[in-house]
Design a binder for this molecule. Structure first.
Ligand code: SF4
Ligand code: FES
Length: 335
């Protein structure tokens, strides 16, 4: 086991754990963001650099700092290691730079992008991005193409995190798409115009951190925050059948896999569950999906309301308007 501190918080984890996963065991704001690492896909990480952290002391045996910021998703912990994430101005400055790079070729089309509201890059830009761009060159342009009959690829939005290619490699029985070209000519593409029609190919949509891969059966049907997400399941012979239904009234607009608090799918679902069961009667509904209250999808979304806590929250906001310090919000107000 190795004992280390991350932003001053101590945690003990098995040897070989990465700094990112050690931080995830602590949880909360000090967890570095991740755009390419995905815990349920092997060999992911090390591509986007948004998870950079500072190692202020390498280990108890050798407490010298690491000379450069390191990718926390790829760097294993050591006993006595001291890691800085949010407490390091250097890390915050570097992350701002990485966001600027990721946005060089990324269109600012959030108002018409289906991923808006659940886009990791949008969230990252909101927290770490600069208000203005310094980029004056032309952005890369691509035709939108179909990857199979259910998935649309907007290559302009792709940040080349490679997650979808790992889905192709590890979840489907024959991978027919990958990254072609080098450097700024790199692009996700199907080989020789082949379609992606494997049973688990729809999971590419869920792992894509941006709106590059979208569900053609859901595109432009609704802003995601106007839908009501429900946990539901069905008996499926190919997958666990445990999904989230994104509904409006009795209409099922979209079916997706369930994601954890880090936005990652633990239980991948098959294409039949995802694309072919869009009737409420196909599903056993378990109840409202828990949505983090800081997410835009939480707008008008309540699982339960505690009136006492709601009253306290209103009082808290009123105090703030009177110029008094804002005490900590009650996270359990609605969940
Ligand atoms: S299409 Fe999405 S998942 Fe695939 S590499 Fe691009 S950003 Fe990543
Ligand atoms: S999440 Fe670590 S480099 Fe992308």
């Amino acid at each position: 086991m190795a004992k280390l501190t991350i932003d001053g918080v101590e945690v003990e984890v098995p040897d070989g754990t990465t700094i990112l996963n050690a931080a995830r065991q602590i949880g909360g704001d000090l967890v570095p963001p991740a755009m390419c690492y995905y815990s349920t896909l092997k060999d992911t990480g090390g591509k986007c650099r948004v998870c950079l952290v500072k190692v202020a002391a390498g280990s108890a045996k050798d407490p010298r700092p690491m000379p450069k910021l390191v990718a926390s998703c790829r760097t294993p912990v050591a006993d006595g290691m001291v890691v800085q994430n949010l407490t390091s101005p250097e890390v915050l400055e570097a992350r701002k730079g990485v966001v600027e790079f990721l946005l060089l070729n990324h269109p600012l089309d959030c108002p018409i992008c289906d991923q808006a509201g659940e886009c990791d890059l949008q969230n990252l830009a909101y927290e770490h991005g600069a208000a203005k761009t310094r980029y004056e060159e032309d952005r890369r342009t691509f035709e939108k193409i179909d990857i199979g009959d259910k998935i649309k690829l907007h290559m302009t939005r792709c940040i080349l995190c490679y997650r979808c290619t790992f889905v192709g490699d590890q979840l489907t029985d024959k991978r027919v798409h990958g990254v072609l070209g080098r450097g700024d000519k790199s692009e996700i593409s199907t080989f020789i115009q082949q379609n992606v029609d494997n049973d688990f190919s729809g999971n590419m949509i869920d792992v894509c951190p941006v709106g590059a891969l979208t569900d053609k059966t859901f595109r432009f049907k609704s802003r995601v925050w106007f839908t009501k997400p429900l946990d539901a399941h069905r008996n499926c012979t190919k997958c666990s059948g445990k999904v989230v239904l994104w509904t409006k009234g009795d209409d099922v607009l979209r079916v997706s896999a369930r994601k954890d608090q880090f936005g990652e799918v633990k239980d991948y679902i098959c294409n039949e569950c995802r694309f072919e069961h869009k009737n409420m009667s196909d599903w056993t509904v378990e109840g409202p999906r828990h949505i983090d209250r800081h997410s835009v999808i939480a707008q008008n979304h309540y699982e339960k309301i505690d009136l006492q806590k709601l009253k306290k929250e209103v009082e808290r906001q009123l105090e703030f308007q009177k110029g008094k310090a804002l005490p900590q919000p009650d996270n359990a107000l609605n969940s």
